[in-house]
Design a protein around this ligand. Structure first.
Ligand code: AMP
Ligand code: MG
Length: 343
């Protein structure tokens, strides 16, 4: 059994966790920075990095105390090394390197996307490789075939905005607070998802890519026209995203015969998204797995679990491991016209 101390600081959540290779989370702590970024309607990288400097060391001490573990007792230190906001990544990765240096334990530089990708295996003991993964977060929207630890094939990506970004931008247009996803979901519960005609970009096309910029533009025009209430717009927007997810994922099943479908990333916390994709998976005769909502949004438990899986595979890193703002899971993936902006 290996014990991993994990750190996460790639965006606006500071997090630390102690995770074992037999799927126990001995302790974990997440401190978000929503209040600090709310006045700006999105994450301000410099503010995020400075907040990680202030918060992260306290969280490390907190999880060690809570689990009654001395730092020298851990088997490895896992820290998110990318992709994400470079300032925050440098804070967390350097903290991890400091701990590795002080304890003499190996460093594992974890790809944040691999954290999301492997997270369902932390709670779903029956989820075996390969599986089809819809990764939908604030910075990404991809369909990946997860073949094993460190072995990913990207089937599709967004040509413009990430799914969570679309939620955040639509929320801003509706005057809702940041982060927009939970705010839209709450408001949508009181709305009619068929009330407003909105586009489903790329639906019906062969390659299962995504595009959300046009949807955002449509929301902007509907809000400006003033003919619909906010709840109906929120519900119709959410339904449009769900329809895109379902259609694109169904397309991906044409090229992947992976027996399971997994949804991860912050947008997977959305109830309508979860229900629709479960129905799709079952209709396609595939097993469905989605991590609990707390494991979908950014956290260090998933980084610890990815660290445990990499540690078991003998994949550790040197103290010269770089922080990487961009770090695709599938380095072989073809550049898609219009895409490539996101990792
Ligand atoms: P992540 O990038 O994985 O930390 O996820 C954050 C993103 O997920 C943000 O863009 C949020 O707006 C989005 N998100 C969080 N909760 C929900 C939700 N319930 N519905 C839709 N999007 C959500
Ligand atoms: Mg994330």
């Amino acid at each position: 059994m290996a014990l991993i101390l994990a750190l996460e600081s790639s965006c606006d959540d500071s997090a630390a966790a102690l995770v074992t290779s037999d799927r126990q989370i001995l302790a974990q702590a997440v401190v978000g920075q929503n209040e600090a970024h709310r006045p700006f309607g999105g994450v301000v990288p410099e503010i995020a990095a400075r907040a990680h400097v202030e918060i992260l060391p306290t969280l490390i001490r907190q999880v060690l105390n809570e689990a009654d573990v001395a730092v020298g007792e851990v088997d490895a230190i896992a820290a998110t090394a990318g992709p994400g906001l470079i300032g925050g990544l440098m804070v967390g990765l350097m903290a991890g390197k400091g701990l590795a240096l002080a304890t003499g334990k190996p460093l594992i530089a974890v790809n944040h996307l691999e954290g999301h990708a492997l997270s369902p295996r932390l709670v779903d003991t029956d989820l075996d490789f390969p599986y089809l993964l819809l990764l939908a977060s604030g910075g990404h929207c991809q369909l990946l075939e997860v073949r094993g630890v460190g072995d990913y094939r990207r089937l599709a990506t967004t040509l413009d905005d990430a799914a969570g970004e679309a939620f955040d931008k639509a929320a801003k247009l509706l005057g809702l607070p940041y982060p927009g996803g939970p705010a839209i979901e709450e408001l949508a519960a009181d709305g009619d998802s068929t009330a407003v005609a909105l586009p489903r970009p790329l639906v019906g096309t062969d390659e299962p890519h995504f595009s959300f910029a046009g949807l955002k533009g449509a929301v902007q025009r509907v809000v400006a026209a003033g003919d619909h209430g906010a709840a109906d717009i929120a519900a119709s927007f959410q339904q449009a995203v769900v329809d895109c997810f379902v259609d694109r994922t169904r397309r991906a099943f044409v090229v992947s015969d992976a027996p399971s479908l997994v949804v991860a990333g912050g947008v997977a916390a959305n109830g309508s998204v979860r229900v629709a994709l479960q129905q799709l998976a079952e209709g396609e005769g595939r097993r469905f797995s989605v991590p609990p909502a707390w494991l979908c949004t950014d956290n260090a438990a998933m980084i610890g679990w990815a660290g445990a899986e990499r540690f078991a595979a003998g994949l550790v890193d040197g103290l010269d491991a770089p922080a990487r703002a961009r770090w695709p899971l599938d380095p072989e993936a073809e550049k898609v016209r219009g895409a490539g902006v996101k990792a």
